[in-house]
Design a protein around this ligand. Structure first.
Ligand code: IVH
Length: 670
């Protein structure tokens, strides 16, 4: 139906106000008054209207959060105030020197503000009459790239602020970052599908911010902390009041800053955060110390590169030196070979480290490693320590050059290395034992077929006894066969059989993921399943059709086609169909059961007795509640199952969030 521009403008206003309201409820108050489905509908309606009447699209429209623009080149913008760097210090002595320098210039009382040094990408945001008009990267400090459309997808960056406390034009600076949890999620998926993982959250954030498609940026779940207000006629006289003001009008200011009277207080702050910072949701590499009062800042001024009124303190990396004794090679599910350094055990940040990741042959070459070398290992945000360097001055006479393997350590098949790929692969995907076992482990995984009665050891036993060769064999296993492995335990055997049977209820998208098609991770599987609806349509899809699916590129398309072209795979799918697995999508409709949980937000953690975690989540949504992924002071309840992580427990307790059991939860549903 055609509508007039006036009508469209009215509808856009009504829709935008509604969406803004629900967004605010969700992000500021952790409340959801409508279901995700209804919310997406409102947003889709708004986008449709804005596409029909592009002249009505406002810079503050909530549709900006999902992106949609393509920037071929980012425009260069000269910073109104240059984006300077900070001088670095590494010791208490350096800090005392800094303090002395300050005291020489400032005669009367002063105080410092201490903040964490966030390890991300610096950004400068300009607001005019309360509206975000420009977002620019640091660039060379004098000029940077205009990445406004990309920055608008970051939900913690306000598109508009409604406050008369700030001048008509001002800049706010801060750090865009990828939360560690998002980084880990993206990397787990990359590793799982045989892609090279991202190096660290900072690179991931910087790469994401410079993507040409803002819709892609929106999916990277970036976040931003603001720490610097600039402009003329500011209403505040000092930095800490500015931070408090920024926070009060809706900017995301980290609560971690403190004012300190003396350099000893600063030192205490530094010591307090040395280990505590590892618990924060983002990487930090030091502390920034700033003179609080603006007049005093002015008095101190700037050098060519950095302010004299601020300095950063860098924590020493958590590093240790040890001997590289040997290298072993692991074979992954996709046949990718990962070299692992075997080290002389060494104590590092409270744990004994014996092994460290070396990534691939290029990395060994880049480091110039030899066996018996003294190497530096470091623990960053990652769980697995990394070899970061070698001390050539300590190279012994018996050091041996590393000759990278040319054959698979498990099946002796000659390795291949595709052009442009860093990893070597064992191409024997049908018969290389560690690859097959890893494929089974992937198949039974919680996020795939969720066969929790089985573990890697049982899979090993099944192989030894030749009970299984393909996934389909799991579904014809007999109770007696399983029991024969552990004669005494019929309860265990029944549990194995039951959990295999139960996996027949797993929805199509997860079955597709479980098949382990190269480059088809959990997200890609979901996209393919919801687009093609069933395996038959997917299996005959052409490359062009596959590429039409949002986010599916040529590489994935080719891999899917290759998979379905192989007779063995076709046979396997036929057998799995016969066994009763789900190969068709079941359209999910949120059936509203009640509004018993309305206005409450829940974090679900751990393993439950009567429900799966997904079932609990579905119940929450069906009864009007909202699921949030991490605990904050605004979370109402944590539904805690067994094995809930101690850090979550601690956080919930500290923030006073109610922790409820599965039974309490069921009782809440009435
Ligand atoms: S203040 C004039 N505060 O560190 C100095 N910077 O080395 C203005 N950074 O480019 C910066 N956390 O990207 C400041 N709490 C913080 C920070 C911080 C991280 C980064 C920022 C800047 C670099 C300076």
């Amino acid at each position: 139906m055609e509508i007039s521009q006036q009508e469209a403008a009215n509808q856009i206003k009504v829709l935008s106000d509604k969406i803004d309201y629900y967004n605010e409820q969700y992000y500021q108050n952790s409340k959801s008054e409508i279901s995700d489905l209804e919310f997406d509908k409102l947003l889709a309606e708004l986008i449709k209207l804005e596409n029909t009447f592009p002249e009505l699209k406002l810079p503050t429209s909530p549709s900006q959060r999902v992106g949609g623009t393509i920037s071929k080149n980012f425009e260069t913008v000269v910073h109104k105030y240059p984006m300077l760097s900070l001088g670095n210090t590494y010791s208490k002595e350096d800090l005392i020197d800094f303090d002395e320098r300050i005291k020489k210039t400032i005669e009367f009382d002063f105080e410092y503000v201490c903040e964490l040094k966030f390890d991300g990408v610096a950004i400068s945001l300009t607001y005019e009459n309360g509206i975000l008009v420009q977002a620019v990267t640091r660039g060379d400090g004098v000029k940077g790239d205009d990445i406004t459309a990309n920055a608008k997808t970051i939900r913690t960056i306000p598109l508009q602020i409604k406050s008369d406390k700030l001048p008509p034009k001002f800049e706010v600076r801060g750090e865009v970052f990828m939360p560690k949890s998002v980084f880990d999620e993206i990397n787990a998926e990359k590793i799982d599908i045989g892609e090279a993982p991202l190096a660290n959250p900072r690179n991931a954030a910087s790469g994401a911010l410079k993507l040409q498609s803002s819709a892609e940026v929106s999916k990277r779940k970036l976040d931003c902390y603001l720490y610097y207000l600039l402009g003329e006629n500011l209403p505040t006289q000092n930095h800490s009041d500015s931070l408090t003001l920024l926070k009060s009008v809706g900017f995301n200011v980290s609560d971690t800053f403190r004012t300190c009277k003396t350099i000893d207080d600063v030192w205490e702050f530094i010591q307090y955060w040395e280990l505590k910072r590892l618990e924060l949701p983002l990487d930090t590499d030091g502390i920034v110390i700033k003179v609080n009062n603006y007049r005093q800042q002015e008095e101190l001024g700037f050098t060519a590169k950095s302010p004299r009124w601020a300095i950063s303190f860098k924590y020493a990396a958590q590093q240790a030196s040890t001997i590289l004794e040997s290298i072993s090679y692991q074979v992954g599910r996709t046949g990718a070979i990962t070299p692992v350094a075997n080290l002389k055990p060494v104590l590092l940040a409270g744990t004994v480290v014996k092994r460290a990741s070396l990534h691939n042959a290029n990395e060994i070459e880049r480091l110039g490693l030899q066996i018996n070398d003294t190497v530096k290992v470091e623990k960053g945000g990652e769980i697995i320590p990394q070899v970061v360097g070698v001390d050539l001055s300590l190279r012994p006479t018996d050091a041996e050059p590393i000759v990278y393997i040319t054959e698979c350590p498990a099946c002796q098949t000659p390795l291949v290395r595709k052009e442009g790929e860093a990893n070597h692969y064992c191409p024997n995907e049908k018969a290389c034992p560690p690859q097959i076992k890893a494929k089974f482990e992937h198949f039974i995984h919680r996020k795939a077929m969720n066969i929790d009665g089985l573990g890697p050891e049982t899979i090993d036993l099944f192989f030894e006894k030749e009970f299984i060769k393909t996934f389909a064999d799991l579904y014809t296993l007999q109770f007696e066969q399983v029991q024969s492995l552990k004669k005494s335990s019929s309860k265990w055997a029944q549990n194995v059989i039951d959990s295999i049977q139960k996996s027949k209820e797993i929805p199509f998208e997860r079955v597709l993921f479980a098949l382990g098609i190269r480059f088809v991770g959990a997200t890609v599987a979901e996209k393919l399943a919801s687009y093609f609806k069933n395996i038959d349509a997917l299996s005959i899809a052409s490359k062009e059709q596959l590429i039409e699916v949002p986010e599916i590129g040529e590489r994935i398309a080719e891999s899917v086609i290759l998979y379905f072209s192989e007779e063995e795979n076709k046979k396997l799918i036929e057998q799995l169909k016969q066994a009763g697995l789900q190969f068709e999508i079941v359209e999910k409709e949120v059936i509203v059961e009640s509004n018993a949980l309305e206005g409450n937000s829940f974090v679900v953690s751990g393993v439950f007795t009567n429900f799966s975690r997904d079932e609990i989540k579905a119940k929450i949504e069906a009864n009007g509640g909202k699921i949030v992924s991490s605990i904050s002071a605004k979370t109402n309840y944590v539904v805690a199952g067994e094995n809930m992580g101690p850090s979550k427990l601690e956080k919930a307790t500290k923030l006073g969030v109610k922790i409820i059991s599965e039974d309490d939860f069921v009782a809440m549903l009435g």
